[in-house]
Design a protein around this ligand. Structure first.
Ligand code: TRP
Length: 453
């Protein structure tokens, strides 16, 4: 069984695919805002500390479970848990995958619509008009649902081609494209008059702003940005070769992810500052604020403004798409192996469920007669909240306890050192992090999110 299992074809492809999962909307719409408002370079240093302390150890833990289990997330945890209740962490991951896909695909669908809207020149107008355009579009009953289905169908078409021919190939195409587009936008943005103030806002270190709240915010962001906590990394790791150096790979992926986040800041702030618009975060940043920024920043070069706007939404769509692919694969691998059906069938099943969840999310934002709310929140907000604030940290927390305290140390060490072929000098540090540092940090993120501390 292990031998016939699909594998990534190259180390480069494997890193791009996993980085594709990590690089997503979180890098572009949340990180720059957090960095700018919380001490610039000081925040970035704290963030890097969080990645080292929490992100990399958690990522390696998922790598170990995935590669050792050599199957989908649910079964990988089941195999290592010898029938004890720990196995439910894996099932929880698959369920979380379905829930995240729902709202993530809706936002990705909006990005697709905005590619066409900016190409058609529909986003031209005063700030009020642009804000109104988004409110009206996102609340309408048909168009956003169709775009959600469209992006899920694209995801489906990649996933059905398998690990090497679909996911790896697509990542090798999309990720370098994303990088080039991002660099192009950074150059365009940093060359605007008055852009220096934006660079300064993002990078000027101000350690006085870093308090415990900022530290915990950085921890949470590191966790979310690296796609930890639901078995995504674990599923991809089941396609790693036995020779892949796990520590090294985790470092590379974190590096790419952090670099994209910082570059996103260098794309957003210089242009926003050059026209004097204060950037915010979340959907309102990318669908309401930035269209205005692009329009005003390039008034003298309308063609450049036009191109920048299209390129920006292509970039966002690519970032969201590679994350969606990884989410889809978690669920597809589950159906494929647990129900012994073909990849095509498994993927179709996942796509159909994802379309239903996505449509419910999208419709919950509209003014339909359907009361699509859970605990007083729209389905969209509820899924965002339940996954991001509860299920992901909880999954990560349990994974650390499971690997640090339950799984035999010999298995962990064998995986970490590739059966003794690597020196594994940092194994002790890693184990200490997984046993103590990570669970404590995640507890703190939790308590912080719920306002306890
Ligand atoms: N890392 C993604 C981002 O930065 C979001 C994310 C969190 C995610 N968990 C995930 C993506 C699991 C795919 C799979 O936007």
């Amino acid at each position: 069984m292990t031998n016939e299992r699909a594998k990534f074809g190259s180390r480069f492809g494997l890193i791009l695919a996993t980085a594709g999962s990590a690089v997503g909307l979180g890098n572009i719409w949340r990180f720059p805002y957090m960095a700018g408002n919380n001490g610039g370079a000081a925040f970035i240093l704290v963030y890097i500390g969080c990645v080292l302390l929490l992100g990399i150890p958690c990522m390696i833990s998922e790598f170990i479970i995935g590669r050792e289990g050599a199957s989908n997330t649910a079964r990988a945890y089941t195999k290592l848990s010898n029938g004890t209740a720990w196995k439910y962490i894996g099932f929880m991951g698959v369920l979380t995958g379905f829930l995240i896909i729902g709202y993530y695909a809706v936002v990705a669908g909006w990005c697709l619509q905005y590619i066409f809207a900016s190409a058609a020149g529909e986003l031209q107008g005063d700030p009020k008009y642009v804000a109104g355009y988004f409110s009206e579009f996102s609340a309408s009953p048909v168009k956003p649902v169709l775009w959600t289905v469209a992006i899920l169908v694209i995801t489906h078409l990649v996933v059905i081609r398998g690990v090497r021919g679909g996911i790896e190939k697509a990542s090798k195409m999309f990720m370098p494209t994303l990088f080039v587009l991002l660099l192009g936008l950074v150059v365009a943005s940093c060359n605007l008059p008055g852009s220096g103030a934006g660079v300064e806002f993002l990078l000027k270190p101000d350690f006085s702003k870093v308090d415990s709240g900022v530290f915990l915010g950085a921890l949470g962001q590191a966790f979310y940005s690296l796609s930890i906590g639901m078995g995504c990394i674990c599923t991809y790791a089941s396609y790693f070769s036995r020779r892949t150096n796990l520590l090294n790979t985790a470092v590379h992926i974190s590096l790419v992810d952090t670099m994209v986040a910082v570059l996103a800041g260098l794309m957003i702030f210089p242009s926003a500052f050059s026209v004097g618009i204060a950037p915010d975060s979340g959907p309102s940043l990318i669908f309401m604020t930035l269209p205005n920024v692009f329009q005003q920043a390039f008034t003298h070069l309308p063609l450049v403004g036009y191109i920048v706007s299209i390129v920006f939404y292509v970039l966002l769509s690519l970032a969201a798409l590679t994350s969606l692919i990884s989410l889809h694969e978690v669920c597809t691998a589950f159906f494929l192996e647990e129900f012994r059906i073909s990849r095509l069938r498994g993927a179709t099943f996942v796509t159909v469920i994802a379309c239903v969840v996505g449509a419910l999310c999208s419709l919950s934002l509209g003014h339909t007669d359907l009361q699509l709310t859970i605990f007083g929140k729209s389905v969209f907000d509820a899924l965002d909240f339940v996954t991001g604030q509860i299920l992901l940290p909880f999954g990560g927390f349990l994974t650390c306890l499971f690997l640090g305290w339950y799984v035999p140390k010999k298995i962990v060490k064998d995986q970490f050192t590739n059966r003794g072929t690597l020196r594994g000098a940092l194994f002790g540090v890693y184990l200490f992090c997984v046993r103590f540092v990570c669970p404590i940090c995640i507890m703190l993120i939790f308590l912080n999110q719920f306002g306890v501390i």
